[in-house]
Design a protein around this ligand. Structure first.
Ligand SMILES: [Zn+2]
Length: 123
């Protein structure tokens, strides 16, 4: 499935979740319908931390088709860290990073090779 767009309501949800766990990082997986990213898939037992400690717990619930990840950075930089890039390349898919101030302009989407992904926004 080619992912080409994201629902703006989901962007808001991700940012709201990021705000609620700040200064820790929020992390979830993403699912899509008809190529549009529409849902967060929360991982049971996820521990939000201020580093990328989640790398070992990368397990999607059975039966849910995930197409990538979203996570938050506690600072003002939404570029992927080296750890992020190695995670992305291992997983494939689309990966969203949001940063402060956690608004509709503070996130970016990346491909598994670390290049920026061009996603349309569905309002
Ligand atoms: Zn990161």
């Amino acid at each position: 499935m080619r992912v080409w767009a994201i629902d703006i309501g989901l962007v808001d949800d991700i940012n709201e979740s990021a705000r609620s766990v700040f200064p820790d990082e929020f992390l979830c997986m993403l699912s899509a319908e008809d190529g549009v990213i529409v849902d967060m898939v929360l991982l049971p037992g996820t521990v939000y931390g201020d580093s990328h400690s989640f790398l070992n717990q990368w397990m999607a619930p059975a039966g849910i088709n995930t197409i990538g990840t979203a996570h938050s950075h506690p600072g003002y930089d939404n570029r992927p860290s080296d750890d992020d890039l190695s995670l992305f390349s291992n997983m494939g898919g689309i990966h969203i990073i949001t940063c402060q101030p956690y608004d509709r302009g503070s996130w970016r989407a990346y491909l598994s090779n670390g290049e920026e992904a061009d996603l349309e926004i569905i309002y």
